[in-house]
Design a protein around this ligand. Sequence first.
Ligand code: GTP
Ligand code: MG
Length: 333
Amino acid sequence: MKFVDLVNIRIRSGKGGKGCIAFRREKYVPMGGPSGGDGGRGGDVVFRATTDMSTLLDFKYLDHHEAENGKMGLGSDKKGRDAETLVIPVPVGTLIINAETDEVVADMTQDGQTAVVAQGGRGGKGNAHFKSSTHQAPRFAQPGEPGVEMRLTLELKLLADVGLVGLPNAGKSTMISVISAARPKIADYPFTTLVPNLGVVKPEDGRSFVVADIPGLIAGASDGAGLGIQFLRHIERTTVLAHLVDVSDMNESDPVEDFKTVMAELEAYSPELAGRTMIVAGTKTDACLEGERLGRLHEYCANEGYVFYPVSAVTGDGVRTLVKALEREVHKG
Ligand SMILES: Nc1nc2c(ncn2[C@@H]2O[C@H](COP(=O)(O)OP(=O)(O)OP(=O)(O)O)[C@@H](O)[C@H]2O)c(=O)[nH]1
Ligand SMILES: [Mg+2]
């Protein structure tokens, strides 16, 4: 299924129904008073977060959502019917932004959370309301209040505790597949991962946390190279980044350069994200006979103050230690 994480939509709440102008006509009552009922309320537009959705794809097909209008008031003091609320489901993690002001209207982070984004217009008062001692037979009623029309941007930012970053082929998807139940595609070519994957890690003797695996970054990603950097929005809400660097003999580039390449792209996207707590993992140590490349990265990390772990997703070496370290960081506060 196509993964869509940014859409523009229009919504409109319902107009209130107009108030009614009517007079009582009863047998033996020569001059009945005003009896026009009030109009019904227009429908609200409400968003509701759900874990049943994982992308904003549906909004690509339907980008205009309107609640119904309230019904007009009736004679004999009958109120017009209120319109039903229009409930729009969105995936958990969706930010609702007013496209005109760029203001965040709601951040839908909890399953079942609701947000009233546009209120329906009030119904107009019927002429029965306007009777007074000086005005026994008012021949006017209020119109209904108009609905609210808004242009919105919906932006999905997945909710995860740990973000996996690294060059393509670094072993990110392999890692999430051994530490969680997620089963993303894994292959020995770059850009295997095209959309983010979430996995829940449940350490035997610890508290669980959510990991996000995103497409690999390459030099120039911030200018659109490879798959670009737009997927980084899905790790913006994480508390810790795990930066995976291939230290195996199969990789010919310098691991320190690989590390710096990814850091430069993170920096270009957001200095704040690049400065987030980061744990570095040298991956594929099972295929690293010489250990020279591993040593170089280790030394660099020690000098720069990054916690470093050598791991092999294939043999499992170091994986538990890495998971423990991530868990500690995530549940620190
Ligand atoms: N020997 C060895 N190979 C590994 C290890 N981890 C991953 N690989 C291999 O490395 C290749 C790339 O792994 P992926 O997990 O797809 O890498 P990725 O970082 O998700 O790559 P993209 O999705 O393209 O960014 C695959 O052929 C994996 O089998 C490991 O610990 N040891
Ligand atoms: Mg991958």
